[in-house]
Design a protein around this ligand. Structure first.
Ligand SMILES: Nc1ncnc2c1ncn2[C@@H]1O[C@H](COP(=O)(O)OP(=O)(O)OP(=O)(O)O)[C@@H](O)[C@H]1O
Ligand SMILES: [Mg+2]
Length: 461
């Protein structure tokens, strides 16, 4: 049987790879979203404080004695203070002319109305700063004057907070991925579980178990199980057809041959001329050969077919041999051959009883066929720890000295078998049956005296 099946990547692995890839993408998205949200939140809170600070600075600008007086309150800057000691800069202008603070401090463009401060992120003194610019209109000596204030703060504190958030989110992402990994393995395992159970239940079956699969399966597997059941049904039908065919063919070939033989024998008794009698004897011999060949061929076909589908059952090997001896004794007695056989302890064995019976019959048949009249055949059953062997010792012509092993090949007959009818399939059948059960067939000649010694060995399963 060809056991080779081309396997592509396993479903379980595919599922794991896909689910893990999705989990990794989700973890990265989670990381990026939370990080940008944190950055936005950090910026918004810094902007709010900067706006409050610039408002309080502008509120502190007053007109005193015909001049602008800027008395920046401590609270305007203290509200900007934080743990990372961010530096704060300011610049105040009067009608776009520098008034106080850092003269080169940039200001945020796009200042529209007094109530809406503008924000910008710039570089100042080699550091990132966030700045806010707001303005206020005042009246100085009945002249309108615009006071513009810019407050800037370095962004170290915000960056540090962002780093902390990123780190937390990174751990969160890794944790999420680890949990997803465990769930993925569990999901993949449970998804392919029904497939595994189906495969196990089918492969556990014996060769004769051709029942349809009836255990419930997930809906996706229904078409597969349905096809499998249909296939099992077809196989069952074809097996029973083959068995019927073998039996039918045996019947159809042997029955007309038996009729022809009977007619030939009747005619033989009637004819008197020697040459006609000789011709009829030849005819009867040819019929016997054909009939035997047909029988052996059909037995061989049956054995070949059954060794692929062994029907293993437990039975007493001794009872099987005993039945065969009883059945074949009349044939042996025709040649006045004594079949020596004695029942002993029960010999329980597991195997296909029909095949084993067929094999042993071929061996007893050979022993009778190749033994001279008035001889004896001894059958001994011995039980060892690993198996049971049946030994047949006859007092016949023995195996030819050369090419012993070849005698178990199909249609091979020995040089000692010229005068006997046969097709060279008996030992092939016995050998095939022994091998199908993990046993062996040993052929040798008796060391003491004449005759063959055949050992049919079957292991205990
Ligand atoms: N007991 C035996 N004594 C001597 N020779 C044997 C014995 N059994 C088998 N042989 C030899 O082995 C050969 C093969 O035996 P096998 O049973 O396969 O074929 P066959 O007896 O010739 O024909 P058939 O198919 O009708 O049995 C025989 O032709 C014979 O030469
Ligand atoms: Mg034979």
């Amino acid at each position: 049987m060809n056991d080779h099946v081309t396997a592509t990547r396993s479903i379980r692995r595919r599922l794991i790879v896909r689910l893990l890839a999705s989990a990794a993408i989700l973890a990265v998205i989670l990381f990026l979203v939370v990080q940008s949200f944190g950055r936005q939140l950090g910026q918004e809170s810094q902007d709010n404080i900067l706006a409050a600070s610039v408002t309080s600075v502008l509120d502190a600008v007053t007109v005193q004695d015909g001049a602008l007086n800027v008395d920046i309150p401590y609270s305007a800057f203290s509200m900007l203070g934080n743990i990372s000691d961010d530096r704060v800069f300011y610049r105040i202008e009067q009608n776009q002319a520098y008034l106080t603070g850092y003269e080169d401090l940039p200001f945020a463009e796009g200042l529209t109305t007094e109530s809406q401060p503008a924000f910008a992120t710039e570089q100042y003194l080699g550091e990132d700063i966030r700045l806010v610019t707001a303005s206020r209109k005042l009246s100085l000596n009945n002249q309108p004057v615009v006071v513009r204030a810019t407050i800037a703060q370095t962004r170290n504190g915000q960056k540090q907070t962002l780093r902390q958030i990123s780190q937390t989110v990174l751990f969160l992402g890794i944790g999420f991925f680890a949990i997803a990994m465990v769930l993925t393995f569990y999901a993949a395992q449970s998804t392919i579980g029904p497939l595994r159970r189906l495969a196990a239940s089918v492969s556990r079956r014996g060769p004769q178990d051709l029942r349809p699969v009836e255990s419930p399966v997930p809906s996706e597997m229904v078409p597969l199980v349905r096809s499998l059941n249909q296939f099992i049904g077809r196989l069952k039908k074809s097996l029973s057809q083959s068995e019927e065919f073998i039996a039918e063919a045996a019947h159809r070939v042997r029955t007309p041959l038996a009729t022809v033989r009977m007619q030939a024998e009747v005619t033989l008794r009637r004819v008197e001329r020697d040459e006609n009698r000789e011709a009829l004897r030849e005819m009867i011999r040819a019929i016997d050969e054909s009939s035997r060949a047909a029988g052996q061929l059909l037995d061989h076909a049956m054995v070949t077919f059954r060794t692929d589908h062994l029907v293993v059952e437990s039975f007493d090997f001794q009872v099987l041999v005993d039945e065969l001896v009883t059945r074949l004794r009349p044939i042996a007695e025709l040649k006045e051959i004594d079949l020596g056989w004695q029942m002993g302890k029960p010999a329980l064995i597991k195997g296909d009883a029909i095949l084993i019976q067929n094999a042993v019959r071929k061996l007893i048949d050979n022993a009778i066929k190749y033994s001279p009249t008035e001889s004896s055949i001894k059958l001994t059953l011995s039980q060892g720890r690993s198996g049971i062997s049946l030994q047949l010792i006859d007092q016949g012509i023995g195996f030819p000295e050369k090419d012993f092993e070849l005698l178990t090949d199909r249609f091979v007959r020995g040089s000692n078998a010229q005068d006997t009818i046969g097709s060279g399939l008996g030992l092939t059948i016995a050998d095939d049956v022994a091998n199908a059960h993990g046993g062996s067939l040993e052929l040798k000649n008796n060391t003491e005296g004449v005759g063959a010694c055949v050992t049919f060995y079957l292991p205990l399963r």
